[in-house]
Design a protein around this ligand. Structure first.
Ligand code: FAD
Ligand code: EPU
Length: 336
C-alpha cells in the first residue's frame, strides 16, 4: 500500500476545492484498512468515498483513507426479495444500474446520486420519494476503537431524513465496509413525486417499469442539478427545514405561496431552495463561490473558490434566511 504525503485533494472532492492531505492512502480490503489504522493511529482520519458530500474548509492535517473495496453480489433470495451486497467502494449509480439490469427493484428512484455505496447509509440518501432505509437490510462496519467487525440492522442505524447513527452518535467511529439491500422481485412503483409522472408522460412511457422510472429520474436530475465535472458542488448544501406547522401557518399569512409538506404530526417540511430564492440568493455570485442559478439549494464553485469562501457564503445565507423567516437552516454537507 502506498502512502502519499501532501496529496492534493482537488480531484477527490466534487466541489473541486484545492486542499491537500498530510497523508493519503487507498485500501482495497479490511486487512489493509486495519494496517493503515494501526500505522497512523495517532493521526486524524477521514474515510473518503466519492467526496461528493463534503467541503474541505482547509488542508486536512491527518490521513485520508480512500475506500476502494469492490464487488456486488446477490447473496440470498426468498419468495419476494433479492438480497444484494455491495462493497463500500463501488460507485452508487453503477450499483443502481447493476440492479436495474437484473430487475432487482427498489433503487430506481435513487438513480444518478453521486458518490459511493459505502456512504449511502451515512445520511440515508434519498431522492424522489425514496430513501435507502426503505430497502436497506444490513451493513458491516469496522469499529476503529474496538478493532472489531460489527453488523448493523435497519433499527441499529436509526435512519432519519438525511441522518443516521453514523453521522451523530457514532461519528468517526466506524468504517462502513459493505451494505446489503433487500430488493423486490415484484416492483412497487413509486411515482408519487409529481415531476416523475410529468417526465414519464413527456418521454411517452405507456407501460411503467423500474427502468422507465430510472430514466425519468435521470432526466429530471440532469436538467436541474449542476454536473460536478463542469461546476463544483455537493448537491443540496442545506437540509430542508422541518418547522412546527403552527409557525408554517403563520408564515403563510405573509408568504401565501410558501410550499410546505406534512413531515410528522404538527411538523411541516419547507423547501430550503424556496426560502433561499425568496431571500434573494439564487444566482448570486461572490468571486467563484455562488448559489446555483437553477437550484438555490446548491452552492457552487465556479473554479477557484476556497472551502472557506463557500462556507462564508453559506453563513450569510443562513443568517439572511433566519432574519427573514425565523427558520434555522442546517447544513447537509459535511464540513471537514
Ligand atoms: P463522501 O463525500 O466521500 O463522504 C461523505 C461523508 O461520509 C464523510 O463524512 C465521510 O467521511 C463519510 N464516509 C464516506 N464513506 C464512508 C465509509 N465507507 N465509512 C464511514 N464513513 C464514510 N444526496 C442525497 O441524499 N440525495 C440526492 O439526491 C443527492 N444528490 C446529489 C447531487 C449532486 C450533484 C451531488 C454532488 C451530491 C448529491 N448528494 C445527494 C450528496 C451525495 O451524493 C451523497 O451524500 C453521497 O452518499 C455521498 O457519497 P460519497 O461517497 O461521495 O461520500
Ligand atoms: N425551490 C424553489 N427554488 C429553487 C429550488 C427549489 O422555489 O431554487 C422549491 C420549489 O418549490 C420546488 C421545491 O423547492 O418545488 C423542491 O425542489 P426540488 O424538487 O428540486 O427538491 P429539493 O427539496 O430542492 C430535495 C433533496 C435532493 C433530492 C430532491 C429530489 C434535500 C436537502 N434535497 O431537493 O437531494 O434530489 O429533493 O428528491 O432534501 C441532496 O441531498 O444533495 C439532494 C440533491
Amino acid at each position: 500500500m502506498q502512502v502519499i504525503a501532501n496529496q492534493s485533494l482537488q480531484a477527490y472532492n466534487s466541489f473541486g476545492i484545492d486542499a491537500s492531505a498530510k497523508y493519503f492512502a487507498a485500501f482495497a480490503s479490511c486487512p489493509q484498512l486495519q494496517e493503515l489504522l494501526g500505522d497512523f493511529g495517532q493521526e486524524q482520519r477521514l474515510v473518503l468515498g466519492g467526496g461528493s458530500n463534503l467541503l474541505f474548509t482547509g488542508d486536512f492535517n491527518g490521513i485520508v483513507l480512500k475506500n476502494e473495496l469492490r464487488g456486488m453480489e446477490l447473496v440470498a433470495e426468498d419468495e419476494q426479495h433479492y438480497y444484494v451486497t455491495v462493497q463500500a467502494g463501488e460507485n452508487w449509480h453503477e450499483f443502481v444500474q447493476y440492479c436495474l439490469q437484473r430487475n432487482y427493484a427498489g433503487l430506481e428512484n435513487l438513480s444518478l446520486i453521486p458518490g459511493n455505496a459505502g456512504a449511502s447509509p451515512m445520511q440515508n440518501i434519498g431522492a424522489y420519494g425514496v430513501e435507502i432505509k426503505d430497502v436497506f437490510h444490513s451493513l458491516d462496519a469496522w469499529h476503529i476503537g474496538d478493532r472489531s467487525l460489527q453488523t448493523f440492522s435497519l433499527n441499529d442505524c436509526a435512519f432519519g431524513y438525511r441522518e443516521s447513527v453514523f453521522k451523530k452518535k457514532y461519528k468517526d467511529q466506524f468504517v462502513i465496509l459493505n451494505v446489503t439491500f433487500r430488493l423486490n422481485k415484484v416492483p412497487v412503483f413509486n411515482t408519487g413525486y409529481g415531476v416523475i409522472e410529468q417526465e414519464l408522460e413527456r418521454i411517452g412511457v405507456t407501460s411503467l417499469s423500474i427502468q422507465a422510472i430510472a430514466e425519468a429520474v435521470i432526466r429530471i436530475r440532469s436538467s436541474k442539478l449542476p454536473d460536478p465535472k463542469k461546476i463544483g458542488n455537493a448537491g443540496s448544501f442545506f437540509k430542508n427545514p422541518i418547522i412546527p406547522t403552527e409557525q408554517y401557518q403563520r408564515l403563510l399569512g405573509s408568504y401565501a405561496d410558501m410550499p410546505g409538506f406534512a413531515a410528522a404530526p404538527s411538523q411541516t417540511k419547507v423547501p430550503a431552495g424556496w426560502l433561499i430564492e425568496k431571500a434573494g440568493w439564487k444566482g448570486y455570485r461572490e468571486g467563484d463561490a455562488g448559489c446555483y442559478e437553477k437550484q438555490a439549494l446548491v452552492l457552487v464553485n465556479y473554479g477557484h473558490a476556497s472551502g472557506s469562501d463557500i462556507y462564508a457564503l453559506s453563513e450569510k445565507i443562513i443568517q439572511s434566511v433566519r432574519e427573514r423567516f425565523s427558520i434555522p437552516l442546517e447544513r447537509e454537507v459535511n464540513m471537514i
